[in-house]
Design a protein around this ligand. Sequence first.
Ligand code: ATP
Length: 223
Amino acid sequence: MNPHLHVFYGGTFDPVHDGHLAVARNARDALAASVHLMPAADPPHKGPTQADAMQRASMLELAVAGEHGLVVDIRELRREGPSYTIDTLHDIRAELGDDIPIALLLGADSFRGLPSWKSWRELFQHAHFVVAERAGHHVENLLPQELEVSVAHRWTASANELQQTAAGRIFKLEQPLRPESASAIRHRIANGEPWREGVPPPVAEFIIQSGLYIKPAVTPASL
Ligand code: ATP
């Protein structure tokens, strides 16, 4: 069997927006890979989500319906506790074995924060990284030194290389920058500003029907 690259795209997707979809489609096409969009249960690096896990997964299903090569993977919602990527990769490796190429897809802003992830250096043993440029966060901008040192020898411009080895390379995904962000969309909805343009129409319908994001989340600090 010719091993086939599987790309895993994690995030809170609160809500999924056109920027996420553009990145996922681009990775699918540039790398000839299937892209698995993977909503996080309890993000260790962010505050609580506004939409609950099932709502975020439902919005993702609506967003990828009818798209070839894009699928939703809810494995992190089935686990108790925070969604640490290292645990997810162990889970994926247990399922796919050690030889299938796997890549984690993430925005340049998330990539820069890698040293705060649990067991981050170990991640390179299990997966490649595909880094998408994000407005205001160019990959070339200075990386934290410990990250720079760890990744210096891992960069590749060859999509083929990601297919030929199981893990350990880093690939920059070239694409037009996308301005969308989930927090900006939530902010616009809460403030009664126009927002529908940034999300796929079935997702916009879901948001309206379920009344999501109309009021900012009430956090203990704001009570
Ligand atoms: P927030 O605005 O609340 O930070 P977000 O839009 O970044 O949310 P996430 O679900 O946290 O949404 O993002 C998942 C992944 O997608 C992250 O790795 C993030 O960097 C990346 N990403 C999100 N939006 C874009 C975008 N417009 N361009 C490139 N990457 C993006």
